[in-house]
Write a protein that binds this ligand. Structure first.
Ligand code: SAM
Length: 330
């Protein structure tokens, strides 16, 4: 199954992702969200450009990918476990304790206007959840009122997320899951989201520079990028990989490849290069006995970043003081 998927993916890349673009088009046809109205026209135009250009090899667009097939195989094998709160993804379930308020407060502070309905504070926000897995983050964000598009490169994850979503009819129409990568989404969704959330994914992709560039291009000017990931330090190797995977078995062995970790300074540099100004960097700490995450100043293992895309039509989009009351502050 995995090798068939891998061959399929190579074919898709070889044909400039026409098949995948069609898959997005089919999903987009079912969307109600107003921002998706023109999706068909744009997709057909882009696909047409690709088809025409493929006959002239020198004009072929270069298709970069953020996919690491080995990483995807690992997640495909674990796909049945997403919603087991005591299973392999226990730490990710627990991470919602702090990452949901982090995203919620970041968005509300950035907008600067209190929500009309405190039970649906994110109403009106469109969020792209990159590497959405089983939907652990997408569902709670939708419960807060956001319209969420979850994308994941693993078909099995998308299916599990879609099935689980049906269990809560209140949010079923507010979340759409698509088997896609950030580069696929750029075909039709450039600058289309109020927020792009990338939680525990950056450490699994190839080519950080290209990945972050795509994420930033998907955000509207004035919108936010939220990233949680792992720093590339000796501490993250010993605690985040060796202890977590081999000794404490908090994660399946082989989940993380330390070489793919990224220091916060490098992440900030890439965000900045793509027009996104970093507003917050927090360290995160997991107490595996209490199964609780907390914010800490030390970013040497896990950390979170909130960056805001510069809106050149407005001056001084955000003041740092807005973040004083952020619930995620240490
Ligand atoms: C550790 S999981 C995090 C899932 C989810 N964000 C959460 O925190 O609950 C990483 C996810 O990223 C997905 N993924 C890895 N590489 C990807 C890529 N290049 N494009 C899209 N998704 C990717 C995997 O399939 C997996 O579901």
């Amino acid at each position: 199954m995995a090798s068939v998927m891998s061959v399929c993916r190579r074919c898709l890349v070889g044909s400039l992702r026409k098949g995948l673009a069609n898959a997005i088009k089919n999903t987009a046809n079912r969307l109600n969200h107003s921002e998706w109205k023109n999706i068909n026209a744009v997709l057909i135009t882009k696909t047409e450009i690709y088809r025409n250009s493929s006959t002239i090899s020198s004009e072929r667009p270069v298709v970069k990918t953020t996919i690491d097939e080995e990483e995807l195989r690992k997640f495909a094998l674990l796909s049945q476990q997403w919603w087991d709160e005591q299973g392999e993804f226990e730490a990710l379930h627990a991470l919602n304790q702090i990452r949901i308020p982090f995203v919620r407060d970041g968005l509300l502070n950035q907008r600067g206007i209190p929500p009309l309905d405190i039970t649906q504070p994110l109403a009106g926000f469109s969020v792209l959840d990159v590497g959405s897995g089983g939907g652990l983050l997408a569902e709670p964000l939708a419960r807060l009122g956001a319209f969420v598009v979850g994308i994941d490169a693993v078909e099995e994850n998308i299916k599990i997320a879609q099935i689980h979503l049906q269990q809560d009819h209140k949010i079923a129409g507010k979340v759409k899951y698509i088997e896609a990568t950030v580069e696929d989404m750029l075909v039709t969704e450039e600058e289309n989201f109020d927020a792009v959330v990338v939680s525990e994914v950056a450490e699994h992709v190839t080519d950080h520079a290209h990945f972050i560039e795509c994420c930033c291009r998907l955000v509207k000017p004035g919108g936010s990028v939220f990233i949680t990931t792992l720093n590339k330090t000796q501490a993250s190797y010993f605690l985040g990989v060796l202890m977590a995977e081999r000794v404490l078995h908090l994660l399946p062995a082989g989940t993380h490849d330390w070489n793919k970790f990224i220091p916060p300074e490098d992440l900030q540099y890439l965000l900045d290069k793509n027009g996104c100004v970093t507003r917050l960097v927090h360290g995160m700490c997991y107490n595996f006995l209490a199964k609780k995450w907390s914010w800490i100043q030390n970013t040497s293992i896990n950390y979170a970043v909130h960056a805001v895309k510069i809106d050149s039509t407005k001056s001084g989009t955000t003041s740092e003081s807005k973040f004083k009351n952020d619930s995620s502050s240490t």
